[in-house]
Design a binder for this molecule. Structure first.
Ligand SMILES: Cc1cc2nc3c(=O)[nH]c(=O)nc-3n(C[C@H](O)[C@H](O)[C@H](O)COP(=O)(O)OP(=O)(O)OC[C@H]3O[C@@H](n4cnc5c(N)ncnc54)[C@H](O)[C@@H]3O)c2cc1C
Length: 571
């Protein structure tokens, strides 16, 4: 009997279920399909055929994915390498091919690939593969599907040399977990509160308690409470930036709006760079289930939607840099430049601002003490795990609060929902209101606002006041989900583009003659739809004044902005 392409399941230290972008109806053969001789010939036309002796390494773990192989005769073994041990976790037989999502993203690989016997291989460079997936739709479908499924399998098996040691009471532990999960990075997690033998591991790496959380990267490098940028550097997420290169378009922000702009821009032949300060997907990436986005009648998780869009943008050749924060726009000359970390700048003829919004924080003196230790701004499975079968509180009356309450009600014992207004009708979609009304687990409190938080190293108690009756209620809860509206991420643009009183960016016909005078608008034409007061600089999605805060409108605006970019580039 044939053994499975992937070896037997390996032990994973993690007790976290990492959400991955599942593809419906996936079969093992989708993950390791065999190309027909005719399909292989099309691949070979972009590379060369090599005879390779037995036991030769063709891809080293932790190296950049420069090469892609398809087996003509013989066999390739896919090997997980840990400190002292090698384990064959998969095999490629004749017709099959190597690679997973990292081939598209350019990130360093997780496995070593070696010939099991003397083999004939088709070898092609990564650049040639990227060109092939853009022109050959049949091969593109086969490769993309296999690449995504393989990454999911690597995540599910915890095939990674990343170990996170942290605590459920630490905001930075949650930050790193979210960052790795939302960037589809497998890792193992050791919780200090639950693992008795952690001290030995810490001693081995000379790590003190004050250094936590600690990320052991590549089995060797010990990162003490690393920033997201330090993690990306260790994992080799980002390709080097050529600062002299002037792009057609830089997209700032890889939420739905930015990813849509990248997909349409790159697919229409523009040279596109995307800068994302955290992880692809933006706010939508933190949504447990988006049910009102066209084409997904049973809903789709934000992580899955983001994963698909991210892969799509890379397939068309957009370069996406993760954990790269746009710190300022140099707007007094063209081409424009964006200041990023380490004093570097990237330049482009047009800029798409897709930086979205971030949550407002509750106005409570000791709030920061409990952020990550009971106060959360997203309700994904990571946070839900922390309050299984407990009482929780959701603050806010918008759709994101409604979604969070409905999601948490599946696992929490009781969900209190606190809104300042009289009810939900003015702020929430009808389908969510109905679910909240029908849920026996959710208790709605209107006209109410949080007045105090109590606890030691973790949130234990919350007090709120009913502003109508003046009565005060106190409950023992370990988790408060704060979803009370948002402020635009536009402060990095200070002085460059016209904004409204709340900081949202004005575009198109929303720009008054005074705005344009103040900005010294230099052209005879009016600003295009979505164009800011600075020619060639556009704003799309939630950060734009007048935008409807929805995934569909963000995607719609991102999708059409490329057509205006073409017009500006031809001016
Ligand atoms: C929990 C939740 C559930 C939701 N559910 C739904 C739903 O069911 N249906 C629906 O239609 N809408 C929903 N929404 C709203 C929807 O997610 C947003 O309208 C949509 O994500 C906006 O997309 P965007 O790309 O404009 O901005 P965002 O999603 O906010 O993305 C902006 C991106 O820019 C990045 N960024 C910010 N500043 C910088 C910088 N200086 N440099 C580089 N990068 C930067 C951020 O990290 C982020 O990734 C939900 C929102 C939340 C929070």
């Amino acid at each position: 009997m044939e053994r499975s392409y992937w070896g037997d399941k390996t032990e994973v230290m993690s007790d976290d279920k990492q959400t991955t972008p599942p593809l419906l109806g996936a079969q093992p053969d989708d993950m390791f399909p065999a190309l027909t001789p005719e399909q292989q010939a099309r691949v070979a036309a972009h590379g060369r055929v090599r005879q390779v002796e037995a036991r030769q390494t063709v891809v080293e773990a932790n190296s950049e994915p420069n090469k892609f192989f398809s087996v003509v005769t013989g066999q390739l073994n896919i090997i997980k390498v840990t400190e002292n041990r090698e384990e064959v976790v998969g095999v490629c037989r004749p017709g099959m091919f190597t690679g997973e999502m990292n081939v598209l993203s350019g990130r360093r690989g997780l496995v070593t690939i070696r010939t099991a016997e003397a083999s004939e291989l088709i070898e092609i460079d990564r650049e040639a593969l990227l060109a092939l997936v853009q022109t050959d739709t049949e091969l593109s479908d086969i490769f993309l599907r296999a690449f995504i499924l393989r990454r999911m399998e690597l995540i599910a098996r915890g095939i990674s040399d990343l170990v996170l040691i942290g605590s459920t009471h630490s905001l930075d532990t949650l930050r790193i977990k979210e960052f790795l999960t939302r960037n589809y990075q497998p890792y193992s997690y050791i919780d200090l509160e639950r693992a008795a033998d952690v001290q030995e591991l810490l001693d081995r790496f000379k790590v003190g308690i004050a250094d936590l959380p600690v990320l052991i990267c590549r089995g060797k490098l010990v990162l003490r409470n690393p920033t997201n940028l330090e993690i990306t550097a260790c994992l080799g997420f980002n390709e080097a930036i050529d600062q002299t290169h002037v792009r057609d378009m830089i997209v700032v922000g890889a939420g739905p709006a930015g990813l849509a702009a990248a997909v349409y821009g790159a697919s229409e032949g523009l040279d596109v760079l995307v800068l994302e300060s955290n992880a692809p997907g933006g706010q939508a990436g933190t949504s447990s289930k988006i049910e009102n986005y066209l084409g997904f009648p049973t809903g789709i998780s934000g992580l899955e939607l983001a994963g698909r869009a991210y892969t799509q943008a890379q397939k068309f050749g957009a370069q996406v840099l993760i954990a790269e924060n746009a710190k300022g726009l140099v707007c007094d000359r063209r081409p424009y430049a964006i200041k990023i970390d380490n004093g570097e700048q990237v330049t482009a003829r047009t800029i798409i601002i897709a930086t979205g919004v971030q949550y407002r924080r509750l106005d409570l003196e000791n709030l920061s003490r409990f952020e990550g230790a009971g106060v959360y701004y997203g309700a994904t499975h990571l946070e839900a795990q922390l309050c299984n079968d407990e009482e929780v509180l959701v603050v806010g009356g918008g759709n994101s609060a409604g979604q969070a309450a409905v999601f948490l009600a599946q696992t929490a014992r009781r969900v209190y929902m606190l809104v300042r207004g009289n009810g939900l009708a003015d702020t929430m979609s009808r389908y969510l209101i109905r679910r909240i009304e029908e849920s026996p687990t959710i208790q709605l409190r209107t006209n109410s606002e949080v007045i105090s938080l109590e606890g030691n190293d973790h949130l234990e108690q919350v007090q709120w006041r009913d502003n109508k009756t003046g009565s005060i209620e106190t409950i023992n809860v370990g988790a408060l989900f704060s979803m009370i509206g948002a402020v635009p991420n536009s402060s990095w643009l200070d002085g460059c583009v016209a904004r409204d009183a709340l900081g949202f960016i004005k575009t198109g016909s929303d720009l008054s003659p005074e705005d344009l005078d103040r900005a010294q608008w230099p052209l005879n034409r009016e600003p295009h739809l979505l164009e800011t007061s600075l020619p060639g600089v556009f704003a799309v999605g939630d950060v734009r004044g007048g935008n409807l805060k929805r995934v569909a409108s963000a995607v719609g605006e991102g999708s059409i902005v490329a057509s205006f970019v073409h017009q500006v580039l031809s001016e």
